[in-house]
Design a protein around this ligand. Structure first.
Ligand SMILES: [Zn+2]
Length: 306
């Protein structure tokens, strides 16, 4: 593909990826002061590639636009209450980032096979919720390379791009393979893990000490190193079950005015009041001059924001 056509294709894809989440952003008014149960922050691609990721803190029905608050004081106070993100019941403790214990034990989305897709047990007839599994796991998944704190491999449902990368604080991402099911993506990821990390070093990610990588070159290197393993998987799952993609790498710029030199974590369980000057947002972290907080970890916590 020529350089110009490739740039056009990338710009088109960017618009497609950037398009959807922003519509809902416009529909939900911001109210202040805000009180409600925390949800994962909404992260959306900017409308233009050279702009920064757009973040909203979500508490109950409310949305707080964060980009414009960087540089200003902010205060989050936990009331002591936690509501299960699935059933809404009060829970003393949060399991798996936001669930009550019964939901944690009952829901397919809380089963270990979600974190380790290669252990999918649907075919043994033991899926906790077969219908949920059919809707979420039996659909196209992407194997990608990302650069969050260095090169990593990951998998995601096709519909979760680019959210997945933004949640990890990745500065670059490149989809490399498409497969038919979540379990297949797990088998492919297992293979790649022989060569690449699958975790983010969140401290390095938050310090912003991440050098840019040539993801296309990494992809080509890995596909050739792992060629035997891939053809073995194809012979088991069918020749067209694992499809090589030829996509352009995406880059993400986060709204961070100052990266912390030393990463200190806030934790509502230890100190229900978190305050400071908001210095940035990256991944699912708020960066204050007083420390960082992983808001995803506190999904369901009832907080007020000032
Ligand atoms: Zn529940």
């Amino acid at each position: 593909m020529g350089q110009v056509r490739q740039a056009q294709a990338l710009a088109q894809k960017w618009r497609a990826l950037a398009g959807m989440p922003r519509v809902t952003d416009l529909l939900i008014p911001e109210v202040s002061p805000v009180k409600g149960c925390l949800q994962k922050m909404a992260a959306a691609l900017p409308s233009r590639q050279d702009e920064q990721v757009v973040y909203h803190l979500r508490a109950g029905e409310h949305r707080v636009a964060l980009n414009e608050r960087i540089g200003s004081p902010m205060r989050l106070a936990w009331s002591g209450a936690i509501a299960c993100t699935h059933c809404g019941r009060a829970t003393k403790k949060s399991f798996a980032q936001g669930y009550c214990y019964p939901c944690f034990k009952r829901l397919a989305q809380c089963d270990t096979c979600i974190m380790k897709p290669e252990t999918c047990h649907y075919y043994q007839g033991t899926c906790r919720e077969p219908e949920w599994g059919e809707a979420h796991c039996f659909q196209p998944h992407i194997v990608y390379l990302a650069n969050s704190s260095g090169l990593k491999v990951g998998i995601t449902r096709k519909t979760q791009m680019p959210t997945r990368w933004l949640d990890q604080g990745a500065i670059q991402a490149l989809p490399i393979l498409e497969v038919n099911t979540r379990q297949q993506s797990g088998f492919v990821e297992m293979l790649f893990k022989e060569q690449v990390a699958d975790r983010t070093n969140w401290r390095a990610m938050l310090k912003g000490e991440v050098a840019s990588l040539d993801l296309r070159a990494e992809r080509d290197r890995l596909l050739s190193t792992l060629a035997d393993g891939l053809s073995q998987l194809r012979s088991v799952h069918g020749g067209d079950a694992i499809r090589t993609l030829d996509e352009a790498p995406l880059q993400f710029d986060y709204p961070v005015a100052a990266f912390p030199r030393k990463v200190v974590s806030h934790n509502f369980d230890k100190q229900p009041l978190v305050e400071g000057i908001l210095q940035g947002v990256k991944g699912q972290y708020l960066i204050f001059d007083t420390g960082v907080i992983n808001l995803r970890k506190f999904t369901g916590y009832e907080i007020s924001v000032e």
